[in-house]
Ligand binder design. Sequence first.
Ligand SMILES: Nc1ncnc2c1ncn2[C@@H]1O[C@H](COP(=O)(O)OP(=O)(O)OP(=O)(O)O)[C@@H](O)[C@H]1O
Ligand SMILES: [Mg+2]
Length: 264
Amino acid sequence: MQPTLEIKNLTKRFGSLTAVDHLDMQIFPGDSVAFIGQNGAGKSTTMRTIAGMSSPDEGTIRIHDIDIQANPLQARKHLGYVPQDLALFRYMTGLEYLTLIAKIREIEPGKISDAVNELLELCDLRQAQNRLIREYSGGMARKIAMAGALLGKPGLIVLDEAFVGLDPESTFKLGEYLKSYTNNGGSLLISSHVLDMLQHLCSRFFILHHGKCVSDIDKPTLVSQFESPDTPNITAYYLKMTDQSSLIGQFAATQHAGSQKSAE
Ligand SMILES: Nc1ncnc2c1ncn2[C@@H]1O[C@H](COP(=O)(O)OP(=O)(O)OP(=O)(O)O)[C@@H](O)[C@H]1O
Ligand SMILES: [Mg+2]
């Protein structure tokens, strides 16, 4: 099977700092990959480079076998991307913004209205569709950016901290939408620090530490690592893989206390 995303030997430096260090990653149709790592690990830098917003110092990135550096316009047709720091056309209305994205993504003119309305509905933005994005709340702006990324169901969706500031109902609805997107062959790369949510949503966990991959594990293998297969815990696994030994014991104690309390 051809990967939707293929990163080979990606390296990005800022002066003497190596933010991303010879990174390899492959994502296939149907993969839902959690991109995890501490603040400054290099997640956003990697994601910006995937989207062609930043150029690598070394290495290559191919989306649907198209090199993002050599052919950015072609490659981006297969990509929906929400950056951590939103970059939106703030003087457009939500409806204008989504209609523009639909045209860029070459959705058939007769299908644009239904596709846009479906996402406005999903994001609970129908009432706000004719307001300028600059007047949106933080959560509303993030949702319109998410809607833009999902529009037309591109082959690869890259979401950097996409759930920050979203209300519980939007988080649930968008999470379910993303699950159905990957169940139907889409590929998702999502970063978040809310590991419980990623554990629920994702089928693979890719841990970045100081710009390097320290684990790329699928859910069944993660489950098999735990004594009690009913309670695999990505937080415990993350602390182990990033060598945070002082926190592992404390975390286990809080989990144990929590389970005892709920049994009482
Ligand atoms: N434009 C830049 N100039 C200089 N250094 C940068 C720049 N962008 C990122 N960095 C540095 O690169 C490293 C990786 O940053 P990055 O934003 O990729 O981390 P992150 O994993 O997304 O972190 P967070 O979880 O806080 O979002 C950090 O040390 C950061 O300070
Ligand atoms: Mg980041």
